[in-house]
Design a protein around this ligand. Structure first.
Ligand code: FES
Length: 159
């Protein structure tokens, strides 16, 4: 009996085919999978194990080693708070605490409405704006904790 497998887009399928036998392929492929699904679903990892003919444990070894890869679906609006040195020294942790308090979530949790998740990330490359918080691709710099509620409300309104 054929095993039901997760659907990949045509682009992803051909990317996997193209990279199948190249060295260092796994990370490249996982990036594309995460781009397509916003995280790495278990079924996608299982399919890659079959397509790339490699043990599932090896794939999960890479996924769990790099914090960048997610194994659960993030919120629609991904809040990334920079914990690089400059941001950390200027209150990055306080931004994390305040954002968690406002949204009522911790760690990799997603708000019940599916709208928000929070990631503490490494330097995002605009240290002059420390401390920095991003929502998707939007960058907010030189933030104080009392500005977080307004930013969250803006994305709440978009839904
Ligand atoms: S340390 Fe936060 S942007 Fe560089």
């Amino acid at each position: 009996m054929a095993v039901a497998q997760i659907e990949f887009s045509k682009e992803l399928e051909s990317f996997v085919r193209e990279w199948k036998d190249k060295p260092g392929n796994l990370i490249m492929i996982l990036h594309r999978v995460q781009q397509e699904f916003t995280f790495i679903p278990r079924e996608a990892a299982e399919r890659l194990a079959r397509d790339l003919e490699m043990p599932l444990a090896r794939i999960y070894g890479v996924i769990t080693f790099y914090h960048y890869f997610k194994t659960t679906k993030p919120g629609k609006h991904r809040i990334a708070i920079c914990m690089g040195t400059a941001c950390y020294l200027k209150g990055g942790q306080e931004l994390v605490d305040e954002t968690q308090r406002i949204l009522g979530i911790k760690g990799a949790e997603v708000t019940a409405n599916g709208l928000f998740s929070i990631d503490a990330v490494r330097c995002v490359g605009c240290c002059g704006l420390a401390p920095v918080l991003m929502v998707g691709d939007d960058v907010y710099g030189k933030l104080t904790t009392d500005q977080v509620a307004g930013i969250v409300a803006k994305y709440q309104a978009i839904g």
